[in-house]
Design a protein around this ligand. Structure first.
Ligand SMILES: Cc1cc2nc3c(=O)[nH]c(=O)nc-3n(C[C@H](O)[C@H](O)[C@H](O)COP(=O)(O)O)c2cc1C
Length: 223
């Protein structure tokens, strides 16, 4: 409720720095049922915030339900606000995250993306940089298939996909998550109480920073 009050007052705790302009926002948009993908989102946001002039705008999406009468409130009781199309339009980049569901993104995030046709028609996202991230229960449970398939709608929107290069040394040594296709976390079947491993956290922050640097260069180039 405290957050809902802050939102009504126009001050979002999920714009991770002060709302002073001329900061440019990068949208960190994710779905998370149990918190593992949210942990990755926060690590990516730290990387974005490390880049001068850039700040993360963190948003989530509601769960979809087979019960059509079930309507979630406009503002979630905790966590970041639900994303609106204008968040995608206003931000200069996008980090998109989902838990892996049968080797693919969660329906709740796909449902939100399926509602972005007006932005596709206007080309609002064409030329903006984007990256993807996921959390799985098991080590070989489909991180790469999820990450690669999450890129497909972003490519249809004309977004420029940013991955993690092997110059990030943790990518060669990680025993947990972290892929060249995007940031990832192996949560095992219960969300690990310690959260992200050091490598997962470092690679997620590196991806966030790379996305923000790319967005800054593109904004400067078009000014
Ligand atoms: C319906 C369903 C399907 C899932 N499919 C997979 C899967 O294909 N591979 C896997 O490793 N984990 C799978 N999981 C486990 C989740 O990906 C994992 O628990 C993830 O960390 C949850 O993220 P969250 O805490 O952000 O909700 C599945 C979970 C559910 C509920």
């Amino acid at each position: 409720m405290r957050r809902a009050g802050a939102l009504r007052a126009g001050v979002s705790p999920y714009n991770s720095r002060s709302p002073k302009r001329p900061m440019k926002d990068i949208l960190v948009l994710y779905y998370s049922r149990h918190g593992a993908t949210r942990d990755l989102a926060l690590a990516i946001a730290n990387g974005i915030d490390s880049v001068p002039g850039m700040q993360a705008r963190i948003r989530t999406v509601p769960s979809v339900s087979g019960v059509c009468e079930a309507i979630e409130p406009d503002i979630p009781s905790d966590g970041p606000p639900y994303a609106e199309l204008r968040d995608l339009d206003e931000c200069v980049g996008l980090a998109l995250g989902s838990p892996t569901r049968f080797g693919n993104m969660a329906a709740s995030l796909k449902y939100f993306l399926d509602g972005t046709t007006p932005l596709w028609l206007s080309g609002a996202l064409a030329g903006k940089p984007a990256c993807v991230f996921t959390s799985t229960g098991s080590l070989h449970g489909g991180q790469e298939s999820t990450l690669l398939s999450m890129m497909l709608p972003l490519l249809h929107h004309g977004m420029l996909i940013v991955g993690i290069p092997y110059t990030e040394t943790a990518l060669s040594t990680t025993q947990t998550g972290g892929t060249p296709y995007g940031a990832s976390h192996v949560a095992r079947h219960e969300r690990a109480p310690e959260g992200l491993s050091a490598d997962e956290k470092a690679l997620a922050a590196a991806l966030g920073a790379r996305l923000a640097h790319t967005a800054a260069a593109l904004v400067a180039g078009s000014a």
